[in-house]
Design a protein around this ligand. Structure first.
Ligand code: ZN
Length: 138
C-alpha cells in the first residue's frame, strides 16, 4: 500500500472508480445504449447524453498521446519521483478518451509509445494509477 498525504477525494460519481483502482482494476464509464466510453466518471454519457451507464473494466492499455516532465512537485507525495513524466494516455477502447498518470519507464517517451496501467492501492477503498512501458500486451 502506498503512503499518501494527498489523496483523491471520491464523490458519488467517482467512488467506484477509485475503489476499482484499489482492487487492481481500471474501470471507465461505459454507455450501454450507444457504447461510448466517458472519462472521468460521470452520470451522463458524453456520446448520447443518456444515463444507461456502468463502470466497466477496460484492458488498461493504450498509447502516450502527450506528456510533460515534472521538475517541481506540487505535492509532497510526488517529490520522491522528481523529475518524472506525467503522460496523457489514449486508451485502446476509444480514440478520444485520455487518462493522465505518472509514466514509469526507463525509455525515452514518445507519442504513440505503448503503455499499460499500473493500479496503485492507497487505502482499502482508494487507489490511483500510473502507466508503464513494461510487459505491455500486444
Ligand atoms: Zn451513450
Amino acid at each position: 500500500m502506498a503512503e499518501r498525504l494527498v489523496k483523491p477525494m471520491p464523490d458519488r460519481d467517482t467512488v467506484a472508480y477509485w475503489q476499482a483502482l484499489a482492487d487492481g482494476k481500471l474501470v471507465v464509464t461505459h454507455c450501454h445504449d450507444c457504447g461510448h466510453w466517458t472519462w472521468p466518471p460521470r452520470p451522463i454519457c458524453s456520446g448520447c447524453h443518456g444515463d444507461n451507464l456502468a463502470l466497466d473494466e477496460v484492458k488498461g492499455t493504450g498509447e502516450v498521446y502527450s506528456w510533460i516532465v515534472v521538475h517541481r512537485s506540487t505535492t509532497p507525495d510526488m517529490m520522491q519521483y522528481v523529475p518524472y513524466c506525467l503522460a496523457l494516455v489514449r486508451l485502446d477502447e476509444q480514440a478520444d478518451i485520455y487518462i493522465p498518470g505518472r509514466l514509469i519507464s526507463d525509455k525515452e517517451v514518445h507519442r504513440g509509445m505503448r503503455v499499460r496501467v499500473v493500479p496503485e492501492r492507497i487505502t482499502d477503498h482508494l487507489g490511483d494509477l500510473a502507466w508503464t512501458t513494461e510487459d505491455v500486451p500486444a
